[in-house]
Design a protein around this ligand. Structure first.
Ligand code: GLN
Ligand code: ZN
Length: 762
């Protein structure tokens, strides 16, 4: 009989209890004991939910105060020296210091770097690796939580641990000579000690996550897996090696042969591999099949899952699980009251997914008839999803079949457009602009709340927004900026705002997913064909434009970012969904142009993060992603200037794709990397205009004129000055007005200085 288990449960809490407790603790509104109590209550609740779903093994150690990679770093005692606690146990405040740093004022301390966890929207704290790093068990968290879990779950408690190779792989070497794998011989004994302790506490299974086995690994890393897992064999303890987020491919044989007691594979992202794993994994080992999608919110097709599992039915030691940790989906669909009932019947969040797992177990053990009513309900819901009129929009589908190459290309090449745009705009050398959003003040947030709760009507709310926009325009004029924005005050979130207005998208009330630490996002759900019933931004942008003689940029969220930051329908290729979004945006771009808007920015901060994990899939992705951008942006006249903006990313490996977007201007995050990126753009001979960010918006510091002049001069060394723009790194949403005004005045002055120097030297 198959057993069922889970790889990880969302830790943030149904109503974001963890977020609230953490933020209160950081603001010193609650003490340590109260924070601990919230943590204990959440863990207990989550264990109880999983136990009552009927799971045979329940994860322990998946709870985290901030991030599970940071937990592992602390467990191993790999604490960077600047946090000064080497050799002793890491206390919670040091842990938070590593996660969040300390703001300037009180001995500033930079936090560890934050970056994307594989191709998800979750961010982890990057381990800092140094050749002289010493490792020792330095945190009691996992062991204490295991004790806690045993008292609630008994034998069902299964500790979860990030594996040594993935931990090292995700780390970043500091200093010149530091090979990650050279640290392995010192890391392994600590893992040995951890596992031995867990065994002595009574653990029978430990789940050890090695998702890097789903990446392209070189020979050194593969060999390291073999030697590492030979050393990690502990008497009376079974290791379940968990791989997820993609197929194993050329690591499949290796994974099947490692000396561990079980292997978990992702049968959602790699269904085609299941048969081979079944053949190659010896039957005395546990095969854990990740059969329920842990990355998306769709209800499982039980019939389909059953078909996939059938050949394995007689296999001894078969386990079933979600494909990966449920960290990436919201907690419980049950509390959504505003979602339409039909749509709701197509969905499954974490709690519902565990229930599906239990159904599959029963069906597998006792036959489909044992769950006849539920089986029928599942079948009906899926049939309604396939046939529902709300999913299909014939016009949106027809447009997809009528795409022409001409639609994906501007009418003239960049150099011709540039002439037309210069004549129209008469911008100075080094034009100054911002990325779109201005401070979202407490007043704005509370007005939005009042409006949502029905305390003020739409007229009152709109006149409030209009005042805010007018104020924002006045302030930008006072700063002396050349191309203005309206400030995005009407948008709570750059994706949600558009999702609320596009057909085919739904938004939830409580569908929160952890992004990093206490930060959560509520991704919209694309359930059907996407189309635009009416203009989405034209009113506000035109209103802003009516207040000034300077050009106001229309700001839209790009098709790839809309796609990547949503839960996307799984019944057609993501490419098609993306192109539909692109067509809806194309209509918006056209309307903006007709309304007299001459500069339009289409943000694509998520373009880079959508890159598939495996090399072989990348060019196809980049091909449709850039197509979608061009489809959205290319329907305009030569003299309409298209901008794009990207941030938070390694752009080096996607430069050809960025050039392919053929945007007239790209603004980028570069302040923190001191213009490094521009050298790459220069070598690549990027031909269009670039605005390298010279104001780091992630810090409350006000950059001085001098600092920004020096960054601009570095930029002028790389890129011809006629093609440079002057702007911050990203939107100013999270900043405060006084610092923003000072910083922007300094930025404009810096541009003036460099401009003057250049024109007098010529
Ligand atoms: N226009 C958006 C803003 O200014 C861009 C945000 C982003 O790049 N993440 O907030
Ligand atoms: Zn940005």
């Amino acid at each position: 009989m198959a057993l069922i288990h889970n790889l990880g449960f969302p830790r943030i809490g149904l109503k974001r209890e963890l977020k609230k407790a953490l933020e209160s603790y950081w603001q010193e509104a609650i003490g340590r004991e109260q924070l601990e109590q919230t943590g204990r209550a959440l863990r207990r609740r989550h264990w109880e939910i999983q136990a009552s779903a009927g799971l045979d093994w329940i994860p322990v150690g998946d709870f985290s105060w901030y991030d599970h990679v940071l937990d592992t770093t602390c467990l191993l005692g790999a604490i960077p020296e600047r946090f000064g606690c080497s050799g002793s146990a890491v206390d919670l405040d040091t842990y938070f210091l590593m996660a969040r740093g300390r703001a300037p004022g009180r001995e500033p301390q930079p936090a560890c770097e934050l970056t994307k966890w594989f191709d998800t929207n979750y961010h982890y704290l990057v381990p800092e690796l140094m050749p002289e790093l010493k490792f020792s068990v330095s945190s009691e968290k996992l062991f204490a939580e295991f004790e806690e879990a045993k008292s609630i779950l008994g034998q069902k408690a299964k500790p979860v641990l990030l594996g040594p190779l993935t931990w090292l792989y995700l780390g970043k070497c500091q200093g010149e000579v530091c090979a990650k794998l050279a640290l392995l011989p010192r890391v392994l004994p600590v893992y040995g000690e951890i596992l031995t302790r867990l065994a002595s506490q009574g653990a029978r299974w430990v789940q050890i996550d090695e998702p890097i086995l789903a990446l392209d690994l070189d020979q050194n890393w593969r060999a390291a897996f073999e030697s590492a897992y030979y050393q990690l064999q502990i008497k009376d303890l079974n290791l379940l090696l968990a791989v997820y987020f993609g197929p194993l491919r050329d690591n499949l044989k290796l994974a099947c042969e490692l000396p561990v007691a079980g292997l978990h594979v992702d049968a959602v992202r790699a269904p085609e591999e299941l048969e081979r794993v079944h053949d190659w994994l010896p039957t005395h080992k546990v095969l854990s099949v990740g059969i329920i999608d842990g990355r998306n919110v769709w209800r499982t097709d039980l019939e389909e899952a059953w078909r996939r599992l059938k050949p394995l039915r007689t296999r001894p030691n078969l386990w079933l699980a979600p494909s990966c940790s449920l960290l990436h989906v919201p907690v419980d669909l049950g509390i959504e009251t505003k979602l339409d009932e039909e749509l709701k019947s197509w969905l499954a969040f974490a709690v519902q997914k565990l229930d599906e797992l239990a159904l599959l177990k029963k069906a597998l053990g006792q036959g489909q008839n044992s769950i006849a009513a539920r089986w029928e309900e599942n079948r009906r819901a899926l049939a309604s999803r396939r046939t529902s009129a709300r999913v299909t929009h014939p016009e949106a589908r027809r447009r997809l079949t009528e795409l022409t190459p001409a639609m994906e290309q501007r009418a003239s090449p960049y150099l011709v457009r540039r002439q037309a745009q210069r004549q129209k705009h008469c911008l100075p050398l080094l034009p100054t602009t911002t990325i779109g959003s201005f401070p979202q003040t407490a007043a704005i947030r509370s007005k939005r709340q009042e409006f949502k709760q029905g305390k003020i009507d739409v007229t009152a709310y709109r006149s409030f927004l209009a005042e805010q926009i007018a104020e924002c325009i006045r302030k930008q004029e006072a700063c002396g900026l050349d191309v203005l924005v309206h400030g995005e005050v009407e948008r709570s979130d750059m994706v949600e705002y558009f999702a609320e207005q596009l057909e085919g998208f739904a938004v939830t009330e409580h569908g929160w997913v952890q992004s990093y630490g206490s930060r959560c996002v509520r991704p919209p759900i694309v359930y059907g064909d996407v189309w635009r019933p009416e203009p989405m931004t034209v009113d506000w942008i035109c209103y802003a434009q009516s207040l000034t003689s300077k050009p106001v940029k229309g700001i839209l969220t790009g098709p790839v970012t809309m796609l990547k930051w949503s839960f996307v329908r799984d019944d057609q290729p993501p490419r098609d969904t993306c192109l539909q979004i692109a067509l809806a945006l194309r209509d918006e771009v056209g309307d903006l142009e007709r309304a007299g808007i001459t500069v339009i920015q289409i943000d694509e901060p998520a373009l880079r993060e959508g890159l598939p994990l495996r090399q072989e899939a990348r060019s196809e992705y980049l091909h449709w992603a850039t197509r979608a951008f061009r489809l959205a942006s290319c329907g305009v006249r030569d003299d309409t200037q298209i901008h794009t903006h990207m941030c938070y990313a390694e752009f080096h490996d996607i430069l050809p794709a960025i050039a392919d977007l053929d945007a007239d201007v790209i603004t980028l995050e570069t302040a923190r990397s001191k213009m490094e990126l521009l050298k790459t753009f220069a070598c690549f001979r990027y031909a269009n205009e670039i605005g390298p960010g010279i104001y780091d918006v992630h810090s409350p510091n006000v950059p001085s004129i001098g600092e920004m002049v020096s960054l601009l001069e570095q930029a002028v060394d790389c890129i011809p000055i006629e093609r440079l723009w002057v702007n911050p790194d990203c939107g100013l949403k999270t900043r405060q007005w006084p610092e923003v005004e000072m910083a922007l005045k300094n930025m404009v002055e810096a541009a003036n200085i460099v401009r003057r120097r250049y024109t007098t030297n010529r």
